[in-house]
Design a binder for this molecule. Structure first.
Ligand code: PLP
Length: 389
C-alpha cells in the first residue's frame, strides 16, 4: 500500500515517539501538582512552550496548548469574537467558505447562537483570498478576520502579510489556521503579522490529539472551556504532557528540516501535476499553479465520481482522498471546489494527492502508471445507469 494522503494525517516520527514516551510512564506527574513529580512534568510543558515560541518568534506566554487544530480554531474564533464584542461592540466576523469546517461552521454557529453577522470573502479561481477582497468588507464593526494560511483541499497559499497589514491599520485581530501550512511554510508570527495562529501536531509527524494556539499579547480573548486555571486561564484541563512534548519535538524537527523536506517534495509534486495534466483527458489542476504547499497536488476530472476513484485507487494499493478527509462518502461537491466556480460535473470528480517524507520517486511512478486506467474505469462506472456525477 502506498500512502499519498499526508494532508489527512502523517505517521508519527520515530524521534518524536522517543521524546514523548517517558512522559507516559516514569515522568507521569500532573504539572499542576506541587511535588517533584509535578515539577518535572511542568518543566517538560514549559520547555515545550519555549521550543514553540522560538520557532514562532513569540513569547512563551503567548502560546497555549489545546487538544487539536479544531479546538485551536474554535477558541480563536469564539474566544476573540465574544471578547471583542464585549469590549468594542463590534459584531461582524470576516472569513471564507473555503476555510476548514473548524472555522466555517464555528462562524455559522456564532451567527446562529450569538447573533454575529458574517462577511463571507470570495476566493478567486485559484482559491486565493486577495487582500483587496478583505479590504472591501472591513469596517468599524469587524470583530475578527480569519483567513487560512494554506488550504487543506487545494493547497493554495493566501497572502497573509498583505491581509495582516490591512487589519493592523484598523486594529482588527487577524487569525490564521496554519494547520496545513506549518509543515512547509515559515510561521514567524511577526513576519506574518497575525494575532492568532492555530497548529495541529498530526499534520507534521507529531501525535494526534494535540494542538496549539498562538495569541498575540493584548488580543482580546475569553476561554471557551472553563474549569481549572491551566494555560493562563484560557484552556482548563490537565495537560497532556506526553503529547505536548511530542508536539514540540515534531515542530522542532519540521522547522530544522523544512528546506530539505520541501526540496524533496517539490519535484515529486510537480512530476505528478505535469503528468496528470498531460496524460489524462479532461483533467484540471485545482488551486494555485505556483503558490501552493510543496507536497500538494489536487485535481478535478470531468464526469467522474471522486469517491469512486478513491475506492478504485485504494483497491489498487494507493491511499489518496477526494477533497478533505472529512468529505469522504459525501456525494455533494465540496464548498471549497464550488467556491472556485467549478461546475458540478467537474467538482464531483476531485482527487487530492499529498506527499510526505516517506514518498519516493518509485512510489510516484507506480501511482502515475496506475492512475490513467483507473480514471477511465471510474468514468465508465460513473456513467452507468443509477450512478452519475
Ligand atoms: C486547515 C485545517 N484546519 C483544521 C484542521 C483540523 O485539525 P485537527 O484534525 O487537528 O482537529 C484540519 C485537519 O484536517 C485542517 O486541514
Amino acid at each position: 500500500m502506498i500512502y499519498l494522503d499526508y494532508a489527512a494525517t502523517t505517521p508519527l516520527d520515530a524521534r518524536v515517539l522517543d521524546a514523548l514516551l517517558p512522559y507516559f510512564s516514569g515522568d507521569f506527574g500532573n504539572p499542576s501538582s506541587t511535588h517533584r513529580y509535578g515539577q518535572r512534568a511542568e518543566a517538560a510543558v514549559e520547555t515545550a512552550r519555549e521550543t514553540l515560541a522560538a520557532i514562532l518568534h513569540c513569547r512563551p506566554a503567548e502560546l497555549i496548548f489545546t487538544s487539536c487544530g479544531s479546538e485551536s480554531d474554535n477558541l480563536a474564533l469564539r474566544g476573540t469574537a465574544l471578547a471583542r464584542r464585549a469590549q468594542t461592540g463590534a459584531n461582524r466576523i470576516v472569513t471564507s467558505r473555503s476555510e476548514h469546517h473548524a472555522i466555517s461552521r464555528t462562524a455559522t454557529a456564532l451567527e446562529k447562537d450569538h447573533g454575529f453577522q458574517l462577511d463571507w470573502l470570495e476566493s478567486d479561481a485559484t482559491g486565493q483570498i486577495s487582500a483587496a477582497s478583505v479590504e472591501k468588507v472591513l469596517s468599524q464593526d469587524t470583530a475578527l478576520v480569519s483567513v487560512m494560511y494554506s488550504n487543506n483541499e487545494i493547497g493554495t497559499i493566501n497572502p497573509l502579510r498583505e491581509i495582516s497589514g490591512l487589519c493592523r491599520k484598523r486594529g482588527i485581530p487577524l487569525h490564521t489556521d496554519a494547520v496545513q501550512a506549518a509543515a512547509y511554510l515559515p510561521i514567524n508570527v511577526d513576519d506574518l503579522g497575525v494575532d492568532l495562529l492555530s497548529l495541529g501536531a498530526h499534520k507534521f509527524y507529531g501525535p494526534k490529539g494535540i494542538g496549539a494556539l498562538y495569541i498575540r499579547q493584548g488580543t482580546p480573548i475569553q476561554p471557551t472551556q472553563t474549569g481549572g486555571g491551566q494555560e493562563f486561564g484560557l484552556r482548563a484541563g490537565t495537560h497532556n504532557v506526553p503529547l505536548i512534548v511530542g508536539l514540540a519535538e515534531a515542530l522542532r524537527l519540521a522547522d530544522a528540516e523544512r528546506e530539505a523536506r520541501c526540496a524533496h517534495l517539490r519535484p515529486l509534486r510537480d512530476r505528478i501535476i505535469g503528468t496528470v495534466l498531460e496524460e489524462i483527458p479532461e483533467a484540471r489542476l485545482t488551486g494555485h499553479p505556483a503558490l501552493r504547499v510543496p507536497n500538494h497536488a489536487s485535481f478535478v476530472f470531468k464526469n467522474l465520481d471522486g469517491n469512486l476513484l478513491v475506492n478504485l485507487l485504494d483497491s489498487a494499493g494507493f491511499a489518496c482522498s477526494s477533497g478533505s478527509a472529512c468529505k469522504t462518502g459525501n456525494p455533494e461537491p465540496s464548498e471549497v471546489l464550488t467556491s472556485l466556480g467549478l461546475e458540478r460535473d467537474w467538482a464531483l470528480g476531485s482527487l487530492r494527492v499529498t506527499l510526505g517524507t516517506g514518498t519516493t520517486p518509485g512510489q510516484v511512478e507506480s501511482f502515475l502508471s496506475a492512475l490513467p486506467g483507473l480514471v477511465e474505469k471510474a468514468r465508465a462506472l460513473t456513467s452507468l445507469p443509477g450512478r452519475g456525477a
